[in-house]
Design a protein around this ligand. Structure first.
Ligand SMILES: *[C@@H]1O[C@H](CO)[C@@H](O)[C@H](O)[C@H]1NC(C)=O
Ligand SMILES: *[C@@H]1O[C@H](CO)[C@@H](O)[C@H](O)[C@H]1NC(C)=O
Ligand SMILES: *[C@@H]1O[C@H](CO)[C@@H](O)[C@H](O)[C@H]1NC(C)=O
Ligand SMILES: *[C@@H]1O[C@H](CO)[C@@H](O)[C@H](O)[C@H]1NC(C)=O
Ligand SMILES: *[C@@H]1O[C@H](CO)[C@@H](O)[C@H](O)[C@H]1NC(C)=O
Ligand SMILES: *[C@@H]1O[C@H](CO)[C@@H](O)[C@H](O)[C@H]1NC(C)=O
Length: 536
């Protein structure tokens, strides 16, 4: 019923919210809430009383009881019959207020038909609205250069089934012009059919590097889908709900086409139709702007973080369980002389990981942290632009750190591919392109098996997953596993795009010593001890 928009002011460290609706007067209260991951209890809010046209700063306690804060930090700026706007500081230093952070924040949008002190009463309608994104806005408009043209890879008025989850695949041959000579992708956008924004959860664009492909449109798991399409797995673009276009820096383009380039690409659309509505039609897809005027650098995409697999798994009932995946110096030594320059990054995890970030270490010291998301939601993944690009040099170490909340889970959360399994990774968009497509680590298998043996699991025929499930995860065992993850030697995947590893590594990319870092003081956004907040 309402449109909510926001505008951060970085100078003043405030944010202005604007509500707009013809039906504004149809409810008693409009509520904009904040909490770590959209929980309603123990949440902060600004509440607009439509009748009195007053705005209140309030709080919902663990029993869902609403009250007003003694310090009022929501400031009304304008009211009309169909809109109101207000301003709040990012951090108010009231421990009952949420401190708005750089990156993702999760919002609660609610309204109440009566004046109530009970947030869980039927009068209150509330839902989580992911993704209040607080980052400086970069230009991402489509470039306008001579000779450029757009490739459309779209669904053709596809009937969206009355199912919650559907993966729809479109395999298409690239235009001859692109196949005749190498081009650069300069801009890429998920063109979602108007009115279907709620339906398209995410979409991926893959190249099919091998195989005798043919055009196809249908369910991704359709038996009629050509088996050769398995090869369509090289990512060209990945865009999630709510995300803007990918604009390559002016000196960079993603190579596509030319001699020997397999002519087919595949779009995978993920439709999310929780209401199982029938009769919806969708023609969403990718629009890819390409140019034959090659730019100085080829772009590449690299995956860093934790290796997919059960070696790094998460015990149940943990409020805060941390692990990191490393791109060690052994692998970054294979980078070009001048290093690589990261201009976009994207974090990826499933349901258990709540806080994710990347770190860059040089000579044992943390020199940078990039793309921190303390309020990660798998429903709100986004590319973060790095301007200027982040230079990662030979011999540097990159880490992707993920913190899990498994308090509601009764079983070990295994690392792996399924949505119930976990991943802790980050995609880096960078230039100049290198051979390396994957730089990820996991705890060394030998060390892990020795750990399980110490925990009394001596049956050598059991798999790592079975061993994880056999351990009783009490506090001591969890602490020991944390120590293992933080200190044990690593297996490193340092893979080229064809899936091969680099020969000649002294221990064949296993039993690599865990990287060691020295921590010093570095700038924080907010001194937590001096300016408390609900999300501390
Ligand atoms: C929120 O309420 C639930 C009960 O509905 C309770 O189990 C939980 O502990 C509360 N959360 C917090 C943070 O107090
Ligand atoms: C706003 O609503 C009031 C009460 O319904 C009405 O008297 C007034 O004319 C409205 N103002 C505008 C600008 O529409
Ligand atoms: C709040 O409303 C819910 C749902 O009607 C009810 O179960 C609960 O007892 C109420 N809490 C209080 C404190 O009145
Ligand atoms: C988006 O797709 C529609 C067709 O579905 C097309 O008409 C339109 O030109 C596309 N927009 C862009 C910017 O390419
Ligand atoms: C470690 O064990 C996993 C099975 O959990 C296996 O897939 C992987 O190849 C092993 N890695 C090494 C380096 O032995
Ligand atoms: C290195 O490890 C890979 C798999 O992890 C294995 O296929 C290969 O045979 C090993 N090479 C050597 C020299 O041990």
């Amino acid at each position: 019923q309402v449109d909510v928009s926001w505008q951060p002011d970085y100078e003043q460290q405030t944010i202005r919210f604007h509500y707009e609706s013809a039906d504004l007067a149809n409810v008693k209260w409009w509520i904009l809430g904040f909490s770590d991951h959209g929980e309603f209890n123990v949440s902060d809010h600004c509440l607009f009383d439509v009748e009195t046209r007053q705005l209140w700063d309030g709080f919902v306690n663990s029993r869902f009881e609403m009250s007003r804060d003694r310090q009022q930090d929501c400031h009304l700026e304008a009211v009309t019959n169909t809109s109101f706007s207000f301003r709040r500081k990012f951090a108010t230093c009231d421990p009952k207020d949420y401190a708005i952070e750089v990156g993702t924040n999760q919002l609660i949008l609610a309204c109440s038909s009566t004046a109530t002190a009970n947030f869980s009463s039927p009068a209150v309608t509330a839902q989580i609205a992911y993704g209040l994104l607080i980052v400086p806005k970069h230009d991402d408009a489509m470039p306008e250069e001579p000779d450029q043209f757009t490739i459309h890879v779209h669904a053709d008025r596809a009937k969206v089934p009355a199912e919650v989850t559907t993966y729809w695949c479109i395999i298409q041959r690239l235009p001859e012009a692109v196949l005749n000579r190498k081009h650069h992708v300069t801009w890429l956008w998920s063109n979602v059919t108007k009115g279907n924004e709620h339906l398209v959860h995410h979409m991926m664009l893959f190249h099919c590097p091998t195989g005798n492909q043919q055009e196809f449109e249908g369910y991704c798991n359709d038996p009629a889908k050509p088996p050769e399409a398995k090869a369509c797995s090289k990512v060209i673009g990945a865009i999630s709900m709510g995300e803007g276009p990918v604009l390559y820096p002016p000196e960079v383009g993603l190579p596509i086409g030319g001699a020997g380039y397999n002519p087919y690409v595949m779009v995978e659309l993920h439709w999310n139709n929780p209401a199982k509505r029938a009769g919806q039609v969708d023609s969403s897809g990718f629009d890819v702007v390409v140019t034959p005027n090659l730019r100085p650098n080829d772009a590449g995409i690299m995956e860093i973080g934790v290796i997919y697999g059960d070696a790094n798994s998460i015990p149940p009932h943990q409020a805060h369980f941390e692990m990191s995946g490393y791109c060690t110096a052994d692998c970054t030594e294979k980078f070009p002389e001048e290093g690589i320059n990261v201009f976009y990054s994207q974090l990826h995890a499933h349901l258990a990981f709540r806080k994710l970030w990347n770190s860059l270490y040089r000579d044992g010291v943390k020199v940078s942290e990039f793309n921190r998301d303390n309020h990660y939601s798998p429903h709100w993944q986004h590319l973060l632009s790095h301007e200027p690009a982040l230079n990662v040099r030979r011999g540097d170490v990159m880490a992707t750190t993920c913190i899990a909340d498994t308090r509601k889970m009764n079983n070990v959360v295994l690392g792996g591919y399924g949505i119930e399994d976990e991943m802790c990774i980050s995609y880096l968009y960078y230039y100049p392109a290198t051979d390396i497509e994957m730089c990820k680590s996991a705890v060394s298998n030998e060390t892990l098996h020795r750990f399980f043996k110490q925990k009394g699991i001596k049956d050598g025929s059991m798999t790592i997953s079975q061993k994880y499930k056999a351990v009783e995860w009490d506090d001591e065992n969890v602490r020991d596993l944390s120590e293992l993850f933080a200190t044990a030697p690593l297996n490193q995947h340092c893979y080229r795009s064809d899936g091969s590893t680099f020969p000649g590594h002294p221990t064949n990319w296993s039993r690599i010593e865990h990287p060691h870092f020295t921590y010093g003081a570095y700038d924080k956004m907010r001194a937590r001890e001096e300016c408390q907040a609900l999300n501390d």
